[in-house]
Ligand binder design. Sequence first.
Ligand SMILES: Nc1ncnc2c1ncn2[C@@H]1O[C@H](COP(=O)(O)OP(=O)(O)OP(=O)(O)O)[C@@H](O)[C@H]1O
Ligand SMILES: O=C(O)CCCC[C@@H]1SC[C@@H]2NC(=O)N[C@@H]21
Length: 260
Amino acid sequence: MPIPAAGYPLAAAHSPRLQVVETTDSTNADVVAAVAADPDGWPHLSLLVTDDQRAGRGRLDRSWTAPAGTALAVSVVVDATMVPPALRGWIPLAAGAAMTRAIGHQLTGHGGTAELKWPNDVLVDGGKICGILAEVVPGDPDTVVVGAGVNTRMTRADLPVTTATSFAAIGAECDDDQLLADYLDDLSKTLARLTHDDIDRVNREIEKLCVTVGREVAVAMPDGTTLAGTAVRIDPDGRLVVASGTIETIVSAGDVVHVR
Ligand SMILES: Nc1ncnc2c1ncn2[C@@H]1O[C@H](COP(=O)(O)OP(=O)(O)OP(=O)(O)O)[C@@H](O)[C@H]1O
Ligand SMILES: O=C(O)CCCC[C@@H]1SC[C@@H]2NC(=O)N[C@@H]21
């Protein structure tokens, strides 16, 4: 399904500004620059979307690639002032949880299950169907741009890496407008629950959704070392706790591989 000519009416109902572009290098780069230039023009839950992103940015300084027309690239503005500063580390996880549930909704009746891999990848059948990159706007620490790439119509042959999957690769279809509407709706509600009163419940819900918890993992740490152990929980700050024997290590960033 190409980008609907009429835009995304269902998604637009959840956003004060929904902008579609035929192609761009990076929706995150565009929205970060747009917010910096005109903060009032991009209120909370404004978004930019394309299905032809040419220079996508990934986590940990990696690239994010998809042939034209085979994936959604969407960047959403989040007004972080609605989240207490101590809980802002949960914003990327809230986005991952929202996208996991939105993708899961698309798979209803198909048989596949969407799973959250800490901190915010969405997996189906163990393959990565969506990646999320949250970036604070330079000079405006109260605004976060949350970018998500969803592999929709990418054939098996087009998958950029062996660890990726897509709706098409598993024989499923994606209604892009409904997916975005569900994502925005869930994201907005989950962000509203990032309060000191509700965080324990959100923590438990996201932990339940997160298949990393309970798995044996290998974590490539930012200092170049590898941490092996069992992921035991997500801590109150959204970080992954990994147990190796009797030692628990708190992981706030790093590349997590599910070993078993
Ligand atoms: N469409 C996609 N779907 C799923 N995963 C993707 C997609 N595009 C990129 N990736 C993931 O993004 C990352 C790209 O990694 P890769 O290491 O190739 O990055 P790179 O920027 O080319 O550089 P480097 O080799 O320097 O690390 C991988 O983790 C890969 O799984
Ligand atoms: O490495 C990851 O898993 C995160 C990938 C994030 C990709 C999305 S696509 C929309 C937005 N624009 C970008 O340049 N990156 C994000």
